[in-house]
Design a protein around this ligand. Structure first.
Ligand SMILES: Nc1nc2c(ncn2[C@@H]2O[C@H](COP(=O)(O)OP(=O)(O)OP(=O)(O)O)[C@@H](O)[C@H]2O)c(=O)[nH]1
Length: 170
């Protein structure tokens, strides 16, 4: 089956747990974009790893997501990408063009052979960020979500651990 799903939601909305339930642990590949820059992030990552357990295969790729996805796409093994938000943040940090990178990702997804579930944050529902960097990040996040939502067959919004299907074109 060729199938792409985008799952969006706020922080601690349960979006990652929901995404994991869509895939069979032993048969899926976890593609992580997060980096343990400090102890707190390291602890968050450890929680995720403990929850997933040893049956998941994991690849860590903070920047070259389109290439990594393309390389590992396999009709026999679904991929969970967690998450686009940290990928955007990493790209901004590295001075990369988020728009170009998003197009590269969209291209890989549009021609994907296999099942891909992508997790992303829905931001911008609160106050306008005080800093220019914060506002730029918020805008990138909104544009990335829109672009990837166009490409994906299914889009699900998770709030309070509950899924709301926004798009289903399977
Ligand atoms: N490098 C690396 N990062 C990981 C791994 N497992 C999870 N992560 C990262 O940890 C991040 C999750 O951070 P959290 O702050 O707990 O997530 P959250 O968005 O607040 O919570 P949820 O809504 O529940 O998903 C993910 O975006 C992953 O990129 C791993 O094995 N390696």
């Amino acid at each position: 089956m060729i199938h792409t799903t985008l799952i969006i939601g706020g922080a601690r909305s349960g979006k990652s747990v929901y995404a994991e339930t869509l895939l069979t642990a032993g048969a899926a590949l976890y593609l992580a974009t997060g980096q343990a820059f400090d102890d707190e992030m390291a602890a968050r990552i450890r929680l995720h790893m403990d929850r997933r357990g040893p049956t998941w295969s994991t690849i860590e790729e903070p920047l070259e997501l389109p290439q990594a996805l393309d390389r590992h796409l396999d009709p026999a093994r679904p991929i969970l990408v967690d998450c686009l938000t940290l990928w955007i943040s990493n790209l901004m940090h590295a001075g990369r063009d988020v728009g170009c990178e998003t197009e590269a990702l969209a291209e890989v997804l549009a021609t994907a052979r296999g099942t891909v579930v992508l997790v992303s944050n829905e931001v911008g529902l609160g106050l306008v960020p005080e800093t220019r960097l914060g506002r730029d990040f918020r805008d990138h996040q909104g544009r990335v979500n829109q672009r990837i939502a166009q490409i994906c067959h299914r889009v699900v919004f998770v709030a309070a651990g509950l899924p709301l299907v926004l798009k289903d074109s399977v």
